[in-house]
Write a protein that binds this ligand. Structure first.
Ligand SMILES: [Zn+2]
Length: 301
């Protein structure tokens, strides 16, 4: 899945913003404090950087996916970059952390950032405007979300460059981890491109072309199980076949599409399955080794 970036205005000239940055970004917030207000946190971290947006920005916040980047912006420059690890709506926590603004609103659409991923950057708004083809007079007033490989490169390139320089403002940053995180993004990005190219940008099972970004570069052995970002562990699948594959309802066995006996009859007779069951799936660089792993560990055979 293509990673996105959340462009977050946070004007450091504003005293309230500075206080919020100090309290919930630089000093970080302990998991226990969050758990008093929010019962479920998906990641295993012990502390977080936290930020949020007011209800007016909810539609942009809705687009954030775990693993996306956030770039903080002030006075024509993006100055902080981090990786988002969770998000949730919680008005009580927001009030507890930041109170409310002059309109009685609070930053209740919350996202959590991995503190170890946080890094100081310097990316000019001008360059972002360039990449996004916005008017030169564009003013970044409220948060924006973009899934744009070029934009992602602009920020991550900067990071790799900057990672050798000395740190001056943010002292808590752990550079090695940041570089590793960013390196992972770049590998992910090229993984996705290569795998889809290998399959001619079509689903390996049904052949639907990648229009409307319907085709994913799926990991055969999932990343969470230690599956690597290499072409041999990738297969191009449309959203439907990707989900069924990850759920263990289908797999590729002996070069053919196999359907799990646990699949319902409604699923089994659906054309997206029945038309392709037991038919050949032509593999393009996808390795049998990883498929075997999928057969044995994910597929409900
Ligand atoms: Zn498909």
């Amino acid at each position: 899945m293509e990673r996105g970036i959340f462009l977050q205005p946070a004007n450091i000239k504003n005293k309230m913003v500075r206080e919020h940055l100090e309290k919930t970004i630089f000093q970080t917030v302990e998991l226990a404090e969050i758990l008093r207000f929010q019962s479920k946190i998906k990641t295993g971290l012990e502390r977080f950087c936290i930020w949020g947006v007011i209800p007016g920005t909810k539609s942009k916040w809705n687009k954030i996916q775990m693993g996306d980047l956030v770039a903080f912006y002030s006075e024509k420059k993006f100055y902080l970059l981090g990786q988002i690890v969770d998000k949730f709506h919680n008005k009580t926590l927001a009030r507890h952390l930041w109170g409310e603004n002059e309109n009685g609103e609070t930053w209740e659409y919350i996202y959590l950032i991995d503190p170890d991923s946080l890094i100081q950057i310097e990316v000019d708004l001008e360059k972002v405007i360039d990449v996004l083809n916005y008017s030169p007079n564009f003013v970044l007033q409220s948060a924006l979300y973009h899934q744009n490989p070029e934009l992602m490169e602009l920020f991550t390139d900067k990071l790799l460059e900057e990672s050798d320089k000395s740190q001056d403002i943010i002292t808590t940053v752990q550079r090695e981890k940041i570089v590793a995180t960013i390196g992972k993004y770049r590998r992910n990005h090229s993984f996705s491109i290569k795998v889809k190219q290998n399959y001619d940008n079509k689903c390996a099972i049904c052949g639907i072309p990648n229009e409307g970004a319907i085709v994913d570069a799926a990991h055969v052995k999932p990343v969470k199980d230690g599956g690597p970002d290499i072409e041999e562990n990738g297969i191009a699948l449309c959203k439907v076949h990707h989900h069924l594959f990850d759920a263990g309802l289908i797999t590729i066995k002996d070069g053919k599409l196999a359907v799990s006996p646990t699949a319902s009859s409604d699923l089994r007779i659906h054309p997206l399955i029945s038309e392709f069951e037991s038919k050949n799936v032509v593999l393009k660089r996808t390795s049998e080794k990883f498929l075997k792993w999928h057969n044995e560990n994910i597929f409900k055979g």
